[in-house]
Design a protein around this ligand. Structure first.
Ligand code: BGC
Length: 508
């Protein structure tokens, strides 16, 4: 079914590209998105493993003992820096490696970057599953992190570059959809392996090898993107690949445009330096803010520690993992909602609706726990069920807003010259603040107690104001018309854009 679609690249918006949604493009997209599965599986698995007795007894005996003390403080059971380092070391490694990955991506292509990601990840999986001491655990997690850093840089870029322009948004959110599926699968695995003694946790960590193997084998059969081939001056291969993934020989307009974009990008010798100029400020601030705010919703306090959290507030082991499975399902289904609605209702609507829903649910969870959960009592069953319901309402609003849009908006706001470097910044900001939350959350819960939920609620107010005043709507705006149609017309950001022309002259 050939589809004639509006180019999103021409400044007059009138050029047309011809392209089908070919089976090949769909297969390439599905395979590449398994990088999101790796990321999601990691997010989901560490919380489950760190609440398994066999694992704690072997590596964190102090935590194990405290966990089983009769009168333990409800809010402080698992506060242990070593245990938090297990979870968060991955994100620190991913933060550093995403900068390296952006260079590898440009020099050697997206496909090789994805292959490298799967290899690092697989070695990390082997070390983790076979771990005999904490060093093996942490080194394994670091290698997983390098894999995630490489995959998160290459996969969204790959998806955007191979997608026909009219399904680019949907293909971009496929990455987030796979993240949520990964988290969900990990929650199910946690649930079942927690009853396999004493090596269930090894199985849980080892199964991370499945998505990595899929990506490793899959990346041998998928295409390199035409943009990356042309960028690396393999013009004929780029043209042939473009014809193959579009399912038509009539690709000249798109080919010319990629060629032009690559030439423009080549003129900017130092994209990272360019990014620091005043005229890049609006996009850079938005890209970083979207990621920082995404993490300060408190989502990963729930995702990493859902089993621990539910256990902390009085669920038994299996019940807490089951609750985490339920939140996992809600997360996946609500992401599908985003795929359907994002281009109809717009980014700002989804983000603002979610701010309202997240604010109410965080305050309600905090309130319920403040009243009902003291240091050493247990929550009544009915109250605990309410907490799960509130958590689900919180997760659903995140999943159709800040989750996917945290990745989508930074990918559509930068002009081409700084797009890759800017995106690397967005990825690493995500990792940095994921690390901060992962490292700090359990200690914060120990000190702030139920107040932790009010802490996140306060951030949600800040991000709501940010969206109202500073985030322009980018729905249906062609990507290369952003400067003219969005930034130069925005009441606040336009003052930075006046210098754009001067900066352009400086950088050539
Ligand atoms: C975020 C992760 C989060 C996940 C939840 C992603 O977009 O980057 O930090 O755990 O969504 O689904």
């Amino acid at each position: 079914m050939p589809a004639i679609v509006m180019s999103n690249a021409g400044s007059n918006g009138a050029k047309k590209f011809e392209g089908k949604i070919t089976i090949y493009v769909v297969i390439c997209g599905v395979i590449a998105a398994t990088g999101g599965l790796m990321f999601g599986y990691d997010i989901g698995i560490s919380g489950g493993v760190t609440s398994m007795d066999d694992f704690l007894e072997e590596f964190f005996p102090v935590v194990y003992e405290r966990k089983h003390k009769a009168k333990e403080d409800n809010y402080c059971k698992y506060d242990n820096q070593g245990l938090q380092l297990f979870t968060s070391s991955l994100y620190l490694a991913a933060l550093v490696s995403s900068f390296v990955a952006s260079k590898v991506c440009t020099k050697h292509g997206r496909r090789l970057t994805m292959q490298a990601a799967s290899v690092f990840f697989l070695i990390g999986v082997v070390l983790n599953a076979a771990a005999r001491n904490i060093a093996m655990l942490i080194i394994g997690r670091i290698l997983l992190g390098v894999g995630v850093g490489f995959a998160n840089q290459a996969v969204p870029l790959f998806l955007s570059e191979i997608a026909p322009v009219h399904i680019r948004g949907a293909l971009n959110i496929l990455f987030q959809l796979d993240v949520t599926i990964g988290i969900f699968v990990a929650n199910i695995v946690n649930y079942f392996v927690s009853n396999i003694h004493p090596w269930g946790w090894r199985l849980a960590l080892g199964l991370a090898g499945v998505p990595a193997t899929m990506l490793c084998l899959g990346s041998m059969v998928i295409a390199e993107t035409p943009t990356s081939l042309i960028e690396r001056e393999q013009l004929m291969e780029g043209l042939a690949m473009l014809k193959k993934i579009r399912g038509t020989d009539n690709v000249n307009a798109e080919y010319e445009e990629i060629l032009h974009a690559c030439e423009m990008a080549r003129q900017v010798k130092r994209p990272f330096r360019n990014l620091m100029k005043r005229s890049s400020r609006p996009q850079l601030v938005i890209a970083i803010a979207m990621q920082v705010f995404q993490q300060f919703t408190g989502i990963n306090a729930i995702m990493f520690y859902a089993p621990v959290l539910f256990q902390t507030i009085g669920f038994k082991n299996d019940a807490s993992l089951l609750s985490a499975v339920i939140t996992g399902i809600v997360n996946v289904l609500s992401t599908v909602v985003s795929v359907v609605l994002v281009d109809k209702l717009g980014r700002r609507f989804l983000l603002l609706e979610a701010c309202g829903q997240m604010l109410i649910t965080q305050v309600a969870i905090g309130g319920v726990l403040l009243v009902n959960l003291k240091s050493t009592n247990e929550l009544e069953h009915g109250v605990a069920v309410w907490v799960v319901v509130l958590v689900c309402l919180f997760v659903s609003s995140f999943a159709w807003s800040w989750g996917p849009l945290g990745w989508l908006i930074p990918s559509e706001t930068f002009p081409l010259a700084t797009r890759t470097a800017g995106y690397a910044f967005a990825v690493s900001s995500n990792m940095l603040f994921t690390f901060v939350i992962a490292q700090a959350f359990l200690s914060m819960m120990c000190h702030l107690r139920a107040g932790i939920f009010f802490f996140f609620a306060a951030w949600i107010v800040v991000m709501g104001l940010f969206v109202i005043f500073l985030l322009p709507e980018t729905k249906n705006v062609p990507i290369d018309e952003m400067s003219e149609r969005v930034w130069k017309r925005h009441w606040f950001w336009k003052r930075f854009m006046d210098e754009e022309e001067q900066d352009k002259k400086d950088s050539v």
